[in-house]
Design a binder for this molecule. Structure first.
Ligand code: ZN
Length: 164
């Protein structure tokens, strides 16, 4: 799968729910498999549908020391009041990293590629990636969560690279 890069309109659109998941499990298993392969090829830790032009509410996560996880039609049940700052990047905004403030922990409910609903409480890098990927489903990118100055610095850098 090709990963879309900042500037592509699809990255800014809201993805719609996956319908009839249970009737199409093999199709979604194949899609998740392709997403994991893309993630691995790009050395990423998370990939959301819109990043590969798939406007459905699905994302996959694979962080070191944890199993690969598929989230279909996820909802954020709860996030901690406590926040933490951590450096993020994005496969759709290559070559740029910045500290983003997010909740320290998250409780998320979703369906997996076997059609089973699950609830997961996560902290650390896993929470970070889940919140980052969930944002993608709503057309939100990590640079949107930066102070304006920092965001503009990244956008300027990208604009210069496009020109060059
Ligand atoms: Zn991203």
């Amino acid at each position: 799968m090709d990963v879309l890069i900042l500037g592509n309109d699809l990255l800014r659109q809201k993805a719609v729910p996956v319908e009839n998941l249970k009737d199409n499990l093999s199709q979604w298993q194949e899609t998740a498999g392709n997403m994991f392969a893309t993630l691995k090829a790009q050395n990423g830790v998370g990939l959301a549908g819109p990043q590969v032009g798939l406007m459905r509410r699905i994302f996959v996560v694979k962080v070191d020391g944890d199993e690969p996880r598929v989230f279909i039609n996820p909802s954020i049940v709860e996030t901690s009041q406590e926040t933490v700052k951590y450096e993020e990047g994005c496969l759709s905004i290559p070559g740029n990293w910045a500290d983003v403030v997010r909740p320290r922990t998250v409780k998320v409910q979703a369906w997996n590629e076997r059609g089973r609903v699950f609830t997961l409480e996560a902290g650390g890098l896993l929470a970070r990636v889940i919140l980052h990927e969930y944002d993608h489903l709503d057309g939100v990118l990590f640079i949107d969560r930066l102070p304006e100055l920092k965001r503009n610095r990244i956008l300027d850098k990208i604009a210069k690279r496009v020109k060059a």
